[in-house]
Every structure is written in C-alpha cells, then in structure tokens.
Design a protein around this ligand. Structure first.
Ligand SMILES: NC(=O)c1ccc[n+]([C@@H]2O[C@H](COP(=O)([O-])OP(=O)(O)OC[C@H]3O[C@@H](n4cnc5c(N)ncnc54)[C@H](OP(=O)(O)O)[C@@H]3O)[C@@H](O)[C@H]2O)c1
Length: 332
C-alpha cells in the first residue's frame, strides 16, 4: 500500500543542495552533469513485456523516452497527431528494437472529443496499461482557441492529460503495480492556477504564461491523483526534465534556445528522470510528488503559485465542467 503522505526522504549530495538554490545551475546540463556523477544507468529491464503508453513521442524528450522504452522490450504504445510522423517513428523503433511490439494511436490532443475517442480506442485494444506518460506539449506564440472553445495551451497541456488519465485510470488500477508520470516544467514556479481565467481571456497573452499555468495545474492534478490512488497500486509522479535542447524549445522560444544553447541538456539527459521514475524502486513507493534529477523537489519557489485545498477542488470541477460542455457523440 502506498500512502500519499508517506514519501521517503531522498538523500542528496551537498552539491545537489547547492545547485537547488540556483534555477540556472539546477536546470541546465551543469546540474545534470554534477548530479549524475553519483548515479547508475537507469535499468529499464523491468519494463519488458509491460504496456507503456506515452504522448508526444514524435519529438524531443518524448522521442528519447519512447526509444528507451522500445529498447527495454516494453509493449510500447504512443499517441501522436501526425500520421506520417507516427508511422515513421513506429518503423524506426521497430527496427531499433528488432521487431518490438510497438504501435500508435492517432489523436490531436487539443480537442476533448479526440482525447475521449482515443482513450476509448486504447481501452478497447489494450488489456493492460502499466505506465502512462503525459508528455505532449504546446507553447503557442499567440492566443489560439480550439474548435471546442478552449485556449490551446490549456486544452493540450492540462485538459488533455486530465481526460486521458481519468479515462485510463481503471485500466491502470487493474494492471497494478502501475505508474503515471506527468511531465511538467520549472516554468510553473512563476505561476499559479489562474482559476478565474483558465482560458486566458484577460490581459496580454503570453504563451509561456499559458504554458506555465497549465503545468501548475498538472502538478496539482498529480497530487490529487496521488491521494485518490493511494491504496490502488498506482503511483503518480510529476517531473521537470530541466532545460532540454528539443525542436519544441528551438521553435517556441528561439531566443532562449540561442542564449542558453551551450547549457541546454541533451534529450538523453532530459529523459533520464522520466525513465528512472518509470522503473526504479524508490518511486514505486511514493506518490503525488515533484521530481527533478532523480530527487524530490519543492513544488513552489519563493511562495509563488501556492494553492489551497479549495483551489484544488475548484480546478477539478472547472476541468470537469469543460469536459462536460463537449457533447459525447451518440453512437451509430
Ligand atoms: N525542452 C525543455 O526544455 C523542457 C523544459 C521543461 C519541461 N519540458 C516538458 O517536457 C515535455 C516534452 O517537451 P519537448 O521540449 O520534448 O517538446 P517538443 O519537442 O515540442 O515535443 C512536443 C510533442 O508533443 C506533441 N504534441 C503537441 N501538440 C499535440 C497535440 N495537439 N496532439 C498530440 N500531440 C501533440 C508533438 O507532436 P508533433 O511532433 O506532431 O508536433 C511532439 O511529439 C513537455 O511536457 C514539456 O513541457 C520540456
């Protein structure tokens, strides 16, 4: 049995503690290089034959994680929106893993109807799910609204994992022990939930703010799922991968990418803690926490973005309302 409140203390080196005081030191390749001195390689062999599902596998960190999952012998399933990229990735990973059990589902996760549909397809086709990684992300340059009326970053980065995870939880519980990993971002340290404006209708729109609010929301959901699933055999983790050189960063925040270029992490480094959370013993015994570089990290810095229990409940009910506003298609 796993208790949400019973999180084991993680022993950290003096260097790690020093790095934690500096966002730049902690999130760059410097932080990874210093901390990883004490680590063994992640052992993914426990995933062989297990079903692992990941979103956002066609690029960046997700692509690296998917590659390692394929090599581990897991039954790899990924959700992608672009059929050509999905087929290319499937072929590449099958070749790499010498014919591994790899397949994909197609869905644009910015639309609730698609997320529901793909969740139904997954539930129909997959008798087990042992690992769910919510990794897909968008950081829009300008405010965009989905056909369902939601702001794009909110829809893709928060509503989609809310719907997908809630739909798949029963299958994860049946498959226990199972793990859910939500890839969030240190960007959330600068933002709270913005419960009165989840769709960012007010003020000057900034994609990085919309992104960070959604990631804050996903952190809050991680805690809520962690508590709800405490005795179910399913653990839930959030992780910040650090600042990683990915196509998404290069396109969405080009100035940051240029300035930080030499200090950005490789995708291998960005994938490390996700794979560790998926496989190591310690994260199998704790739930509802934030991890970075294989250690539990604080959810807030300088008291920014804190929320109350009432805020958490409010977020959940607002997300439920959004989902309920999209009609479920009547069949046939
Ligand atoms: N890179 C960093 O420095 C950094 C820092 C902090 C946190 N993170 C987190 O790490 C994760 C991966 O980031 P990344 O930099 O690797 O991202 P990325 O290179 O931009 O890749 C994003 C992935 O999400 C998919 N995606 C986007 N919108 C989608 C939609 N509507 N439906 C389905 N799939 C969609 C993309 O598909 P397409 O290939 O079709 O575009 C792609 O596979 C994210 O959760 C991000 O917040 C990254």
């Amino acid at each position: 049995m796993i208790s949400a409140s019973r999180s084991q203390p993680v022993k950290r080196s003096r260097w790690d503690n020093l790095l934690e005081g500096s966002v730049v030191g902690s999130f760059t390749s410097l932080g990874y290089t210093v901390r990883s001195q004490a680590w063994d390689d992640v052992d993914t062999s426990s995933l062989a034959g297990k079903t692992a599902l990941i979103t956002g596998a066609t690029s960046g960190i997700g692509r690296r994680v998917a590659t390692e999952l394929a090599l581990s012998g897991a039954r790899l399933r990924f959700v992608a929106r672009n059929p050509r990229k999905a087929e290319d990735l499937k072929r590449e990973l099958r070749d790499l893993s010498a014919g591994g059990d790899i397949d994909y589902y197609l869905a644009d996760l910015s639309e609730i109807a698609n997320v529901r549909r793909v969740a139904d397809e997954i539930l129909f086709a997959e008798p087990t799910i042992h690992l769910l990684i919510n990794n897909a992300v968008v950081l829009p340059a300008t405010r965009m609204v989905t056909p369902e009326g939601l702001e794009m970053a909110h829809a893709t980065n928060l509503v989609a994992p809310f719907v997908l995870t809630n739909s798949l939880i029963p299958r994860l519980v049946e498959s226990q022990p199972a793990r859910i990993i939500n890839v969030i971002s240190g960007g959330m340290y600068a933002q709270g939930l913005a419960l009165d404006d989840l769709n960012y209708k007010r003020g000057t729109y900034r994609g990085s703010v919309a992104y960070a609010r959604a990631k804050r929301g996903l952190m809050v959901l991680t805690k809520m799922w962690g508590a709800d699933l405490a005795d179910s055999g399913v653990v839930v983790h959030a992780t910040h991968p650090g600042w990683v050189d990915t196509p998404g960063v290069a396109t969405s925040i080009p100035t940051f990418h240029r300035v930080m270029g030499p200090w950005l992490r490789s995708t291998e480094q960005g994938a490390d803690t996700i794979l560790w959370l998926a496989t190591a013993d310690l994260p199998g015994t704790t739930t509802g926490k934030l991890w970075h570089d294989r250690a539990e990290r604080p959810e807030y810095r300088l008291g920014v973005g804190t929320e109350t229990a009432t805020d958490r409940e409010k977020l959940w009910s607002l997300l439920e309302e959004s989902v309920a506003s999209v009609p479920t298609p009547t069949c046939c």
